[in-house]
Unconditional design. Sequence first.
Length: 388
Amino acid sequence: MWQNWKTGKQDWDLGNLSPDEVLYYLDGPAIFTCRIGFSTYLFFKSDELDTGDYYIAAPITQDELQALKDGRLSVRGALSQPTIWLLQLDFDLRVKRYEEKREAEVRTLLPKSGVPLFSKFRTAPDSPAQTDAFFAFKFLGDKLSEKRMPFSTFKNLVDNVHDLVRGALTPPSLSAGYDRRFMDFAVRQPEFASLLIAIDRPTIDAKQLRARARTRNLDPDAVAQEVRDRSRAFAEQVERAVNFATTGRLPERFAAENFAFLQKISNILPASGSDISKLQFSSNANGAQTFVEIDAAAGDRIRGVVEGDGHSKIYITGVVTGIIGKSNTFRIDTDFNREVTCQLDKRQFDELLEQDRLKYGVRIGVKGRYRKRDFRDWMEVEGSPDFL
């Protein structure tokens, strides 16, 4: 694009640029900050030609600059401002030509997605919103453009993120009936050119909590702490799962012990041949910062565990919704919103019925060989169920 840049002004009258801080040096200042007027700008050397060096520059706040240094914001993210400056400089940093452009007009000149300032950070978020949101999900794919995307893709992603976050954060104390409505979270304005869904810290409706007989004795502060603890645990689980999936096969024990969690996140993961090729997840939950990036290959590995082949042993929890005596089976509605038919041996099945332990509505945990099916999943239960 630089060869085709024929516009721009040549009347710069603010003197030579004097870097305040050189962040990256390569045959001269390649990334640096410089104060111009009342604002600080981040400069990025985009290309070198015989006629001089070509930079793009954008205003940057001190918080954004610190996030860039800390690996919480990529170079692309730091430069992604509504307006960006194109500049041609000589080797003494004198401005030969300059022009202000909209970010969308020069997006191809920005650094690659996820590239951090320092190589010690494997990757970094591309948006300032990802550095301070409670949870942020950024989906990338060829069909997710600045102006449009398939409506079905947009709806599915929003619905799946909503269901995932609400399911992950709702504490047991609010899991009965409609009690979960007492917890809610605000979503920021979604950003296109990819799809960024950023969520703020959940809030507890203390007034409504006390107005309902079943929840009036709950301490709102204690419920809020439950939510914060679950938020941090969720972010840590995501990080562990992605690290395993990125480096290879998920360990069998991890997959078995975290199966319900893997089921929950599988609906938002990128997949080969889908509209989503990459997902960035970031969290600032309960004082801990997390950022991971997962591609389609890693998403396929996690989804392969979730699909089940009938050989993997997993542990699932849910509520009993049906009992079928002829086949020594019972059905549970799992925590990951799947119905599973569970088979026991006849002796164990009869004993649990006689003891009045296996009945409708009880919460139960079972371990065994799991197989996903189109209509209702299947498990051959091993050992004794846990009545929770």
